[in-house]
Write a protein that binds this ligand. Structure first.
Ligand code: CP
Ligand code: NVA
Length: 307
């Protein structure tokens, strides 16, 4: 049966650990796996803008022996003219995998339901699971482990990154602690799913409205933009509503002295994070951005074997 990766828990905790282990291996030996030898083609579809995801998937597919085909959905028949299901039926006869960055998560579910090749979510309004594989890889590299660590996520807890943090960290046995204005609290269904996963892995979930409470004694502090793609019209309102939630040096001082700072990028200095923290010694954002490549290569190699 073909496997898809649309959300963090489309794989088990053990499979997540296996993919991270393979990412470490592939980082050491970048050309040691060639599942797309042929070369086979992988479709990379973008409905939203991207720098890291576009580059890391294109480079990753090439490293794995394949050819990346970048499709800008605005210049394709997808969307208004042709359904997602029909697009899937055309693509899966010719490509080895479909990677799609889109708005509504339901589109990815429709693509997967109609595709005989793996479909990978490279960001939807609800989840950014490839980012979390890279973030967990980065944490593992800097802290030497995942289970038992405390990760504090401060800012917009109602977005795709927050959902993926809750689920992926719970799967890894991490204690994830979130702080947001109450209006931007995490989705209740996602919190319940994360809590139930954490029961089995030894992790936990705690929710706060005080950033200091979330960051206290954390091993890792994370944030994301307050204005996600598609929310640009709400920019002025959101900047007001998130006042007090900037990750700055005072907030980092509440975490452990050796805490690291992560941000999926792009970052907006002075809003969700101060320049001092983003560009400071605790920040590991460039490792994190590079790790998109290694984590996604491991994911694609692993998915190619699940048939
Ligand atoms: N973090 C991330 O997904 O970056 P891009 O939007 O540049 O792909
Ligand atoms: N939450 C952000 C993540 C960008 C990588 C967005 O969806 O725009």
């Amino acid at each position: 049966m073909v496997r898809h990766f649309l959300k963090d828990d489309d794989i088990t905790s053990a499979e997540q650990a296996e993919i991270i282990r393979r990412a470490i291996e592939l980082k050491k030996s970048p050309y040691s796996a060639i599942p797309f030898e042929g070369p086979k083609t992988v479709a990379l579809i973008f409905d939203k803008t991207s720098t890291r995801t576009r580059v890391s998937f294109a480079v990753g597919v090439a490293d794995l022996g394949g050819v990346p085909l970048i499709i800008d959905s605005q210049s394709s028949q997808m969307g208004g003219k042709e359904s997602v299901a029909d697009t899937a039926r055309v693509l899966d006869r010719q490509v080895a995998a479909i990677v799609w960055r889109t708005y509504a998560h339901s589109g990815l579910e429709e693509m997967a339901a109609n595709s005989s090749v793996p479909v990978i979510n490279s960001l939807s309004d609800d989840y950014h699971p490839c980012q979390l594989l890279a973030d967990l890889l980065t944490i593992q590299e800097h802290k030497g482990r995942l289970a038992g660590l405390k990760v504090a996520y401060v800012g917009d807890a109602a977005n795709n990154m927050a959902n993926s943090y809750l689920i992926a960290c719970a799967m890894a046995g991490i204690h994830v602690s979130m702080a947001s204005p109450s209006k931007y609290s995490p989705n209740q269904e996602v919190v319940e799913r994360a809590m139930s996963i954490a029961e089995a892995t030894g992790g936990s979930v705690s929710l706060h409205q005080d950033p200091s409470a979330a960051a206290a004694h954390a091993d890792v502090v994370v944030t994301d933009t307050w204005i996600s793609m598609g929310q640009e019209a709400e920019k002025a309102k959101r900047i007001q509503e998130f006042a007090g939630f900037t990750v700055d040096a005072d907030l980092m001082a509440k975490a452990k002295p050796d805490a690291i700072f992560l941000h999926c990028l792009p970052a907006y200095r002075g809003y969700e994070v101060s320049a001092e923290v983003l560009d400071g010694p605790q920040s590991v954002i460039w490792d994190e951005a590079e790790n998109r490549l290694h984590a996604q290569k491991a994911l694609m190699a692993w998915l190619a074997e699940q048939r």
